[in-house]
Design a protein around this ligand. Structure first.
Ligand code: IFM
Length: 449
């Protein structure tokens, strides 16, 4: 393994609804995911995040696991409905107290807390008022950011505003396979501007509260045409604009990509007000990159009453994860280099805020989990980060998704991404072989610095 720069951040990541459980404790309100999970057929086997990893009660054990692992940063998310149960109004102190205790415990263990403010758990009353289709949600988000940072920014320097706004728009509002389950197709586009505006207004609130680093995390994917036909190449450019540029160009260049020229509608139509783009493009201190898979697309087929969208194709010829996702480490180098080439001096330092894989982990009779396949995955992707650094990309950190197995949205508990195996019957945590491998890697990198 190549040597990473001194001070490189090695971390793990989780998100509130995926690990905390305790959905009705401490004054927490309902989020869109609580509602969505109750809809028959929405989640595999009708599973919910009601208990998840019970991290709300077992956080001390989880911090100890991280301390043992030797990570220097922990990316978690703050549950909006825990801090502000209805999405507006005063803070719910027991909710803030939970993150306050967690923050102190992390700092005492020498781990830098990197909270994300929005990892998909929108308070249900805000969804009832229009959710991210409503401009007001952006202002509510900034108020919530002010409450969270007002309590924690004296100890937390780095704040991530949004996680993967593309997924919220595409799966939550365009096709409806995620909460809140709306299938509006291109009618979902206003959620892009409102999330970005939320990011911009929250950035102001975070800075006012003393945050030193503001970060936006997107999920990036190299987009490959299925063939070299002009039509497939055009479709790849269109999808690239939708996934990779829609949530990045406005932040780093102050302009939206011209989606209309790709037949993908206008994300700004009638909703952008004076000052919005200035707020959205206020400088950020780092860009969060989540990477899992490349995307292969072919030209739109005949549209029947709807927009003709690029067609997502299967990618063959690579090993796959338990999710069936192709394992393509070089795709991570590709997205990082592409970001640098695309945004040049405007690109701030980058953190890989998520990367990891679900694998068919089965404990052996002695309870151990020998996830050699995950080790291979992580090894390949960490080398891919090193390749990007060697190519001149300013990558400052790498965080594995995830610390421990957790609630994987529509897939419930069927996909395991953790370095730590969780037995959901007993809540027993068992570090997998990949945990020891990552611990050794971190120790080796640090001993060399
Ligand atoms: O579990 C998710 C996470 O919440 C967001 N990024 C992708 C992960 C794996 O699907």
């Amino acid at each position: 393994m190549p040597r990473f720069p001194d001070g490189f951040t090695w971390g793990v990541a989780t998100a509130a609804y995926q690990i905390e459980g305790a959905v009705a404790e401490g004054g927490r309100g309902d989020s869109v995911w609580d509602t969505f999970c109750r809809q028959p057929g929405a989640i595999r086997d009708g599973q919910t995040g009601d208990i998840a990893d019970d991290h709300y009660h077992r956080w001390r054990e989880d911090v100890a696991l991280m301390a043992d692992l030797g990570v220097t940063a922990y990316r978690f998310s703050i549950g909006w409905p825990r801090v502000q149960p209805t999405g507006s109004g005063p803070a719910n102190d027991p909710g803030l107290d939970f993150y306050d205790r967690l923050t102190d415990a992390l700092l005492a263990a020498g781990i830098t807390p990197m909270p994300t403010l929005f990892h998909w758990d929108l308070p249900q009353p805000l969804e009832d008022a229009g959710g991210w289709l409503a401009r007001d949600t952006a202002a509510r988000f900034a108020d919530y950011a002010a409450l969270a940072a007002g309590r924690l920014a004296d100890r937390i320097g780095t704040w991530i505003t949004l996680n993967e706004p593309f997924v919220v728009m595409a799966l939550g509002y365009a096709i409806g396979t995620h909460a809140p389950g709306k299938a509006l197709m291109l009618g979902a586009l206003p959620t892009a501007h409102h999330q970005l505006l939320g990011h911009g207004l929250a950035t102001q609130a975070l800075r006012a509260a003393g945050a030193s680093q503001v970060v936006l995390t997107n999920n990036y994917s190299p987009v490959w045409p299925a063939s070299d036909s002009a039509e497939d190449v055009a479709a790849a450019r269109a999808w690239d604009a939708l996934q990779n540029r829609l949530f990045t160009d406005p932040v780093l260049t102050g302009r939206y990509p011209d989606l209309a020229s790709f037949g993908l509608g206008d994300p700004t139509a009638g909703i952008v007000k004076d000052g919005d783009l200035a707020a959205i493009s206020a400088p950020i201190d780092a860009l969060g990159v989540n990477y899992y898979v490349p995307t292969q697309v072919s030209a739109p087929r005949e549209a029947q009453g709807g927009p003709a969208l690029p067609v997502l194709e299967e990618i063959d010829g690579y090993p796959i994860t338990a999710f069936g996702w192709p394992i393509v480490p070089a795709g991570l180098t590709e997205v990082l280099v592409q970001l640098r080439d695309r945004y040049a001096d405007r690109l701030p330092p980058v953190y890989v805020t998520e990367n990891g894989c679900s694998m068919p982990d089965v404990p052996a009779t002695d309870g151990s989990v020998e996830d050699r396949d995950r080790i291979g995955y992580l090894d390949g992707h960490i080398r891919a980060v090193a390749d990007a650094i060697a190519a001149g990309v300013d990558v400052r950190g790498y965080l594995v998704w995830s610390l421990m197995d957790n609630f994987e949205w529509n897939e419930g508990y069927h996909q395991r991404f953790g370095l730590v195996y969780v037995d959901y019957e007993t809540q027993r945590r068992t570090p997998k072989a990949s945990y020891s491998w990552y611990r050794d890697l971190i120790a080796l990198q640090q001993s060399a610095s």
